[in-house]
Design a protein around this ligand. Structure first.
Ligand code: GRA
Ligand code: FAD
Length: 663
């Protein structure tokens, strides 16, 4: 049967080179080729089928995930895939699994916190998957408060071992992915006790299960913590519970890059900052920012394509009804999300650069940029995951009733994504870290020159009193006007918090009292980072017909949408007047019209296969209705026309004879 492209008329409207945009989205021609090849490989292999996920019981679902993970590994080995290709393959398999924690946290923790000898011993085993690791930090009683962890690692000088112990119920490890049913080893975080003294939390490599029969080793109690939110979704992951009963490990299984315990039982601190114990979290937060654009763009792709297919109202003289994408309300909800997906893509790229830079500096014993890297990764992780989780849910609503069907892909995408607001640092807790960094910067103004993303604070005197020069709606397209408004807002909110804080005798009490305002100041600062990096990106040369123009439109939409949404901040800090706000809104409306003919091509540029999207509403050819109709009949409930339970529960009801006055 000939395949009809129901969105061809939309694709013909586009005003830019989609293939060139695909390369910008991927990051480079190499990255594009890699993604394109591996995504097609996964999509064409029935071994990676995922359309039945939401209908499986937890046990079947989990076993199927184990099968897929093993199959993915076999594919990687058989095809001799490189590390980069293997990571892409796991990404396109698109199913949370123990391997995420093995590759994403266990390996990086050993790399970041292990000594050279420890890396040489453990990494080859991990790379070959002869051991499978997880990252066991969080406990039943404490997740955010890492310093409050209760598990102990007590040095025994007699045997040259650490005794790992869970002294209370609340000290049980709780949540680590891969721990529940799979991991053979964990990086367990525990309080280091040497000679009766508590040296704070450190990482230890602990074997949990036998490498012969997978049974827990003596002293280890381990299991899964139970069903989580949504069908399918994150239930493919075995988040686990773990208790240690005086488990002994050799001394050299303490990760010793940051601090060491000698054979004689002496504690020694390296000359690297103690905060490096938290280094794995900085790394993972950076990857979460990069992933946010993937999840959001996926939802946006589904909602945009479906909005062009779906028609409601507005038919005249028997002509077709209006495509819902033509409603300004639909555009004002959808296009800022499209723009955010691009903005997050570029901020993810930039953050990766920042992370690489800080890692190289750390290796050369330059620790100066670590606080900024921590603030950026924490703040941007918080901002992008919150916006993405909210954005996916908005996309579901943008798809009306059909968005609520699992076959739209959106419920599962939301359920998989939403814990990103919590894991790897609760989003509010992380913004408070940014706020601490901001307050420290303001308090040191005049003493220490702010640099990098906080560099705008060098112009604080100007930013505190500058006036917005916008006179016509088009003036809002001027990057300097936009940047100055965002810088002034961020600076004024931080300075106001610092001034309020100075009224408290006890700074910690003040910080707690003002924490809601501090979080808002942190948001303003992080939004400024995203806006300024998007603008910087556009100062580079970007090849391809019309590509740069499209990105300029998206950058302006992202920025003016934020200004519109947070106009309370801009107005109350006096950065803009109501007139400026209204001009920004006029400009935003006109930008929506400019993006409209290009909307489908802009989501095509993500280059997602139908397999990866996993959505009938978002399929490339837009042939939504026949596919929805067919899929309904695939549901196991439709296996028989008369449902199981009819004879037990429906027929007796229909046949009952009740004689009462009322009935
Ligand atoms: C909230 C904090 C940051 C607070 O820690 P604290 O020790 O009380 O810190 P403090 O006194 O405020 O600060 C001490 C100091 O440490 C700095 N700092 C804090 N974190 C980092 C870091 N990551 N890198 C570099 N520096 C860091 C702070 O800025 C402070 O610096 P300062 O003293 O001001 O110079 C921390 O404990 C934390 O990170 N909590 C969140 C826990 C978390 O993220 N857990 C992740 C578990 S793994 C996971 O969820 C896996 C995800 C699963 C998946 O991907 O599938
Ligand atoms: C799906 C999933 C996977 C996970 N995987 C892992 C893993 O592999 N390994 C691992 O070790 N952990 C893992 N975790 C645990 C995760 O890192 C923690 O849940 C997370 O860090 C949040 O900590 P918490 O649960 O203690 O939240 P809490 O800190 O108890 O948060 C509860 C509420 O208190 C607020 N709050 C807390 N502290 C403050 C404060 N100082 N000021 C103001 N408000 C505050 C928070 O904002 C939140 O609203 C996972 C969690 C999930 C959901």
């Amino acid at each position: 049967m000939e395949r009809v492209d129901h969105l061809a008329h939309e694709r013909n409207k586009s005003e830019f080179d989609v293939d060139a945009m695909k390369i910008v989205w991927a990051g480079s021609p190499h990255a594009f080729e890699l993604s394109d090849r591996i995504s097609k490989l996964v999509a064409s292999d029935p071994g990676f089928r995922k359309d039945n996920r939401t209908m499986l019981s937890r046990k079947d679902l989990f076993k199927n995930t184990l099968r897929k993970a093993a199959y993915a590994w076999k594919t990687i080995v058989d095809l001799h895939l490189s590390e980069e290709e293997a990571a892409k393959l796991r990404f396109y398999v698109d199913e949370p699994a123990y391997t995420d924690l093995h590759w994403g946290m266990f390996v990086p923790a050993i790399k970041g916190q292990g000594t050279d000898e420890q890396q040489q011993k453990w990494l080859p085993l991990a790379y070959k998957m002869q051991i499978i690791g997880c990252y066991a930090q969080t406990e039943l009683g404490h997740g955010s408060n890492v310093q409050g962890l209760e598990t102990t690692a007590t040095f025994d000088p007699q045997t040259d071992e650490f005794i790992i112990h869970s002294p209370t119920l609340t000290s049980s490890k709780w949540w680590p992915g891969g721990l529940g049913k799979v991991a053979t080893h964990a990086i367990a975080y525990a309080r280091l006790i040497v000679g009766g003294r508590d040296y704070g939390v450190n990482g230890f490599i602990v074997q949990l299960r036998s490498l012969e029969d997978h049974s827990p080793l003596p002293g280890i109690t381990v299991g899964d913590i139970g069903m989580k939110f949504g069908n399918g979704a994150y239930n493919t992951m075995d988040n686990g519970v773990l208790q240690f009963d005086h488990v002994r490990i050799p001394r050299d299984q303490m990760l010793m890059r940051v601090s060491q315990v000698t054979r004689e039982g002496k504690y020694k601190q390296s000359d690297v900052p103690r905060q490096l114990v938290y280094g794995t979290m900085v790394y993972v937060r950076q990857t979460i920012v990069a992933d946010a654009s993937c999840a959001l763009s996926r939802a946006v792709c589904i909602a945009t394509r479906y909005s062009a297919v779906r028609r409601q109202f507005g038919s005249q003289n028997g002509g077709p009804e209006t495509q819902v994408i033509d409603y300004k309300t639909q555009q004002s909800r959808l296009f800022p999300l499209l723009a955010s997906a691009y903005a997050f893509r570029f901020i993810g790229e930039w953050l990766k650069w920042l992370y690489t830079d800080v890692t190289q500096r750390l290796q050369a014993n330059d620790f100066s940029t670590l606080p900024e890297a921590h603030a950026c990764t924490a703040g941007l992780k918080s901002l992008t995951t919150t916006a993405t989780a909210d954005g996916i849910e908005e996309c579901r609503k943008l798809c009306g009733g059909h968005g609520y069907l699992c076959s739209s892909g959106l419920p599962e995408l939301f359920a998989v994504y939403v814990p990103a607001c919590t894991y790897e640092g609760d989003n509010t807790v992380l913004l408070l870290q940014v706020a601490r960094f901001l307050m420290k910067t303001v308090s040191q103004l005049g003493v220490k020159k702010p640099v990098g993303t906080i560099g705008y604070m060098t112009r604080v005197d100007h930013l505190m009193q500058c006036r917005c020069g916008v006179q016509r709606a088009e003036d809002w397209l001027n990057p300097s006007a936009l940047l100055e408004a965002f810088e002034a807002r961020a600076a004024r909110m931080s300075v106001a918090c610092a001034q309020n804080l100075s009224n408290f005798d006890n700074p910690e009490e003040g910080f707690a009292e003002l924490s809601a305002d501090l979080v808002e100041a942190a948001v303003a600062h992080c939004q400024l980072i995203i806006v300024s990096k998007f603008i910087e990106k556009l100062q580079q040369e970007i090849p391809g017909k019309g590509v740069k123009q499209q990105l300029e439109v998206l950058c302006n939409i992202y920025t003016l949408f934020l200004l519109h949404k947070h106009q309370g901040d801009f107005l109350s800090t006096g950065c803009i007047t109501p007139k400026h706000a209204s001009l920004a809104n006029d400009q935003l409306r006109s930008l929506y019209s400019q993006v409209r003919p290009n909307a489908i091509a802009l989501v095509d540029a993500f280059n997602y296969t139908d397999h990866f999207l996993g959505s009938i509403l978002g399929c490339y050819d837009g042939n939504v209705y026949p596919k929805l109709y067919e899929a309904a009949w695939e549901d196991p409930l439709n296996d028989s026309v008369v449902p199981d339970g009819y004879h037990q529960y429906i027929r007796p009801l229909l046949k009952q004879q009740i004689r009462t006055a009322r009935l």
